[in-house]
Design a protein around this ligand. Structure first.
Ligand SMILES: C[S@@+](CC[C@H](N)C(=O)[O-])C[C@H]1O[C@@H](n2cnc3c(N)ncnc32)[C@H](O)[C@@H]1O
Length: 287
């Protein structure tokens, strides 16, 4: 079977789940990735006869995609902030909104990088694949960056990304709901914690619900802001004076998170929307 023939099968089958443009885009990514072809080589290679092994591998990928499994888990790779992160089902697939949060931090603290970033201490809480601290580490190479997660499986993936992307983030296991952070240590604390309530499950798409780790998506209990409350409380002690906190938030909770930070004594609180116009991130400073 030629590359073009198998490509056509992919388009046809994936069109039962995705619109034609998306089906073609997914096919292109899979073929480029698995056959190690550059985008411009695809047209020239269309009559290439695929080996049995290649056909088998691509057919297995197609089967997984047809069960609605996200492309990033099938390829075990996700793009984030210009880098390629290894992902598996132990970690959330990094989202574009989180790239916006990182970009905000980089722009906000870019000037410090040239001045004294060797002394900058940064902590990411609930790190998942390590996408936030590793991206920051590329931008602030001299900063001392730490990141924690409650999940050992997630930390393993983050460590692998740390090695693969040649950064020196220090990862550690930590339950932010029950354990304390060191006092007066950090210049910046960032977190994209679980922020979906179990009651929102029904409205979620099956490719997220059935494949992404529930530990990363959902908080349990009645307190919608449990992670923001605990992290703000701890950050008010763990940050140095004038230290900053950055949160990614549930689009429906912008005002409440601002109020909460205000109640913990933070100042210069700023709520920002993401590119789709939803309240998505907050920054505040310790007084
Ligand atoms: C929404 S995901 C964010 C992952 C990553 N930072 C990102 O932006 O793609 C939340 C992360 O918090 C972690 N987590 C859940 N409960 C936690 C806890 N009590 N303490 C620390 N981390 C926790 C999950 O394992 C998950 O990796």
């Amino acid at each position: 079977m030629t590359l073009a023939e198998l490509q056509k099968i992919f388009w046809q089958e994936l069109s039962t789940l995705y619109d034609e443009r998306e089906a073609r885009a997914i096919t292109k990514i899979v073929f480029e990735n698995k056959l190690e072809l550059q985008a411009h080589q695809m047209a020239f290679e269309r009559f290439r006869i695929l080996t049995q092994e290649q056909q088998k591998q691509l057919n297995e990928i197609l089967k997984r995609l047809l069960t609605n499994e996200p492309l990033q888990y099938v390829l075990e790779e996700a793009d984030f902030y210009g880098l390629k992160f290894k992902v598996n089902k132990s970690v959330l697939i990094p989202r574009p909104e989180t790239e916006e949060l990182v970009e905000w931090m980089v722009r906000e603290d870019g000037r410090r990088q040239t001045a004294d970033d060797s002394e900058m201490q940064i902590l990411d809480i609930g790190t998942g694949s390590g996408c936030i601290p590793i991206s920051l580490s590329k931008k602030f190479p001299k900063a001392n960056i730490e990141a924690c997660d409650i999940s050992e499986d997630a930390l393993q993936v983050a460590e692998e990304n740390n090695r693969g992307l040649q950064t020196r983030v220090k990862f550690f296991k930590h339950d932010i709901l029950t354990e304390k952070l060191s006092a007066n240590k950090y210049d910046i604390i960032v977190s994209n914690p679980p922020y979906i309530s179990v009651s929102e499950k029904e409205a979620m798409r099956s490719n997220v619900l059935n494949y992404e780790p529930h530990l990363a998506l959902f908080f349990s209990g009645d307190d919608d802001l449990i992670f923001y409350r605990k992290i703000s409380e701890q950050a008010s002690l763990a940050l140095k004076p004038n230290g900053k906190i950055f949160f990614e938030i549930n689009q429906a909770k912008g005002i409440e998170v601002v109020e909460l930070l205000n109640n913990f004594g933070f100042v210069n609180i700023e709520l920002r929307k993401d590119l789709s116009g939803k309240d998505r991130m907050v920054k505040a400073e310790k007084n």
